[in-house]
Design a protein around this ligand. Structure first.
Ligand SMILES: *Cc1c(COP(=O)(O)O)cnc(C)c1O
Length: 376
């Protein structure tokens, strides 16, 4: 028998979250009479730790899937996904274009090097591209002053039969808080002025949830949004929970109590003796540590649920174990179920906050040694 830790992934939660985002977008579109935006479900990083094949199944109602690893794009095709697949960073070297061609992948084009590789490629069919603007995040994309020229170059390649559709795309740096999206939207509007052919895509989860009207930024269309984290039932925001949007956690990390210690007052718990008991305490030892992907920076007070009762982590998280306060659950002994995050436990975002990070990182970091169960 393996250790009693599992990550259980709910396909129905993935479906539910996609449908929730769908309704949110339909509602926003109805207010202005716009055509509702299509959804690229973002499944990069092994679908934020949930598994590409599970995501293909859970997001079968999405219009497209987006990721950046070419191997993950191929896995989508092999899992039977026939719809659009968007590579969020495009391709990296000329040889990648063979895969783009064979598996009919849509490419983000963010650099003149990529345009040159496309111009030199020998392909069996046209490549659909999204020309990316750096509207202020300063990560990927053409600078605003270079955008028109890059887009025009893509237009030439289109007329030469190399490219199919040529779309416009950008990415927000601060849709989850201040200063918001207004400046980047304005930069996008200015840099893409006069362009109205081809698809447009600007929104991540935070923008989709908080500024759904921006799903229709940019003339023409069709318009596409690119939500990721919210589809897994976690929040892109510090201050608003995923549950408040009606989203459900798709991943539940669970384990069990493997030992119980009765610790007298004044004793220390765990490495570094960072926590001392103030009275006699029952301490539960949980089979879950940082080698499972649980964050080591989650210190005393991090929420955890034992046998359905919320309690807290005490002391430092070690490689394979962590300790919890059993005072609120006097009946819990060895074998008692522990919900580290997800259904029946704290949200992954609450655990992340206690560890000084974000839910994204925890979901992606669940270790390969943790067995994954798929639930319908
Ligand atoms: C990761 C990513 C997204 C999705 O971001 P979330 O915050 O998870 O919604 C969208 N677009 C691009 C370009 C990305 O890299």
């Amino acid at each position: 028998m393996p250790r009693p830790i599992t990550a259980s992934i709910s396909i129905s939660a993935l479906r539910h979250n996609l449908a929730t985002v769908r309704r949110h977008l339909d509602h926003a579109a109805a207010l202005t009479g716009a055509t509702p935006a299509s959804i690229w479900a973002v499944i990069k990083a092994n679908a934020y730790g949930h598994g590409i094949e599970r995501a293909v199944s859970g997001f079968s109602a999405a219009q497209g899937l987006a990721m950046l690893d070419l191997d993950e794009a191929v896995r989508c095709r092999e899992a039977g996904w026939g719809g659009p697949v968007l590579l969020l960073e495009g391709f990296f070297q000329p040889a990648d274009l063979d895969i783009v061609d064979r598996y009919h992948l849509t490419c983000t084009v963010h650099s003149s090097e990529q345009l040159a590789m496309l111009a030199a490629a020998r392909l069996s069919r046209r490549v659909d591209v999204m020309v990316k603007l750096n509207s202020g995040m300063n990560r990927l994309g053409f600078a605003p002053e270079d955008y028109a020229q890059a887009h025009a170059r893509a237009g030439q390649l289109q007329r030469q039969g190399i490219l199919g559709s040529v779309g416009r795309m950008t990415h927000f740096a601060c849709a989850d808080g201040a200063p918001g999206v207004a400046d980047q939207l304005e930069t996008f509007a200015r840099a893409t002025e006069g362009l109205s052919d081809g698809p447009v895509s600007v929104c991540n989860s935070a923008a989709t949830l908080r500024y759904p009207e921006t799903a229709h930024a940019g003339a023409g269309g069709p318009h596409w949004v690119r939500p990721g984290i919210c589809l897994y039932g976690a929040s892109p925001f510090d201050d608003v929970s995923a549950a408040s949007y009606g989203l459900r956690p798709a991943m539940s990390l669970r384990s069990e109590i493997i030992a119980v210690q009765q610790v007298p007052a004044g004793q220390a718990i765990g490495y570094g003796a960072t926590f001392r008991t103030e009275q006699l305490m029952r301490i539960g030892v949980v089979a879950c540590g940082y080698a499972d992907g649980y964050p080591r920076h989650a210190g005393t007070g991090t929420p955890v649920t034992v046998a359905g009762v919320p309690t807290r982590v005490v002391g430092r998280v070690s490689m394979d174990m962590l300790m919890v306060d059993l005072a609120p659950v006097p009946a819990a002994g060895v074998g008692a179920p522990v919900a580290l995050w997800g259904e029946g436990g704290p949200s992954v975002d609450d655990v992340a906050r206690a560890a000084g990070t974000i839910g994204y990182e925890l979901l992606c970091a669940v270790a390969p040694r943790v067995p994954v169960l798929t639930r319908p």
